[in-house]
Design a protein around this ligand. Structure first.
Ligand code: PAP
Length: 334
């Protein structure tokens, strides 16, 4: 997939109030393209990012030291992050919080508040968190491609859970989300324009194919390190994948838990239908950055792309996927 490596006029470089001086200087050297909800996105270490994200990622790369017990929940935006965080939190903490407890944290907190992003929360705004104050095991989220995570992630025994979603539905979800959150001054984003940006790879943390392939190959090389899940598969059989997740994280489901229906209980608690109706997800805000949590719950289905794609769009994206995924063994049921 070709990435347009142009350095256009530099006039939109963010001010030093928004990003550190180091980042500001770096931005002037990076290829840039029109952004979805910021003036520009920049190509940093072979993936596209907004300026504030780059600033936080630089800090995360310098200061985050993964511990053996850390669990990193990774996705590209709109491929099931909120759901995956909920599932991981529920599984990893089920001895502390029973799925049927009326005080379960997932009933009153958005999953992003319980599994904070490295780049949007913990290392954002030029802050360096004291990780020792977080409850263990540390459960953190990221959209950063595998190759850009710090060395300690590879060198430690920490676990990575990755969720991929078919790129057709992911585009539709991104387009809706961005259309809602885009500053009014940018005007509406047409499907055609958004789709063109998506296909050229210029989406946050994209190109998507590079992102998924990085985690995919590592999951094949090192299945104890990276668990690779597909949104569609988990939708089809959440119980099977929850058991797999529990095994992978080192907290397998016991016979007693099976009898108590723990797996089914967690699947139900984390389902789109239940989570969407929670007060915190209808009225709350700020779980990731400053937007309403309700934007994270739209339809939550597989196959909504058929309502948005023209035959030309199907052809273009199918071709890109064929070209990029050829020989990898990674495929999608579309
Ligand atoms: P993020 O990467 O910005 O955190 P993410 O959670 O990946 O966003 O994307 C939201 C998508 O996941 C939405 O998809 P849609 O636009 O196609 O509807 C949202 O509806 C879906 N989603 C959120 N929660 C769940 C859930 N519990 N189960 C299944 N899908 C969910």
């Amino acid at each position: 997939m070709g990435i347009t490596q142009t350095i256009e006029n530099q006039s939109n470089t963010p001010s030093s109030d928004e990003v550190s001086q180091e980042c500001r200087e770096l931005l002037t050297t990076l290829p840039k393209e029109k952004g979805w909800r910021t003036s520009n996105i920049y190509l940093y270490q072979n993936f596209w990012c907004q300026p504030k994200e780059i600033d936080a990622i630089i800090s995360m790369q310098k200061h985050y030291i993964a511990e053996d017990t850390d669990i990193i929940v990774s996705t590209i935006p709109k491929s099931g992050t909120t759901w995956l965080k909920a599932l991981c939190f529920a599984v990893a903490n089920r001895r502390l919080y029973a799925h049927d407890s009326t005080t379960h944290p997932l009933l009153t907190s958005n999953p992003h508040a319980l599994v904070p992003f490295l780049e949007y929360k913990l290392f954002a705004n030029q802050e360096i968190p004291d990780m020792s104050r977080l409850p263990r095991p540390h459960l953190v989220g990221t959209h950063v491609p595998l190759g850009a995570l710090p060395d300690s992630v590879r060198e430690s025994q920490c676990k990575i859970v990755y969720m991929v979603r078919n790129p057709f539905d992911t585009f539709v979800s991104i387009w809706h989300f961005m259309s809602n959150l885009r500053p009014d001054s940018f005007g509406p984003l047409s499907v055609q324009e958004g789709f063109d940006m998506y296909c050229r790879g210029t989406i946050g943390f994209g190109p998507y194919w590079d992102h998924m392939l990085g985690y995919w190959h590592e999951s094949l090389r090192n299945p104890n390190k990276v668990l690779f899940l597909r949104y569609e598969d988990v939708k089809e059989d959440a119980g099977f994948h929850l058991r797999k997740l529990a095994d992978f994280l080192g907290f397998p489901v016991s016979a007693e838990e099976e009898e108590e229906g723990v797996v089914e209980g967690i699947a139900k608690m984390c389902s789109f239908e239940q989570m969407k109706e929670l007060e915190v997800n209808k009225k709350g805000k700020g779980a990731i950055v400053d937007f309403e949590n309700k934007n994270l719950f739209r339809k939550g289905v597989v196959g909504d792309w058929v309502n948005h794609f023209t035959p030309e769009m199907v052809e273009r994206l199918s071709k890109i996927m064929e070209e990029n995924l050829a020989g990898s063994g990674l495929s999608f049921k579309i």
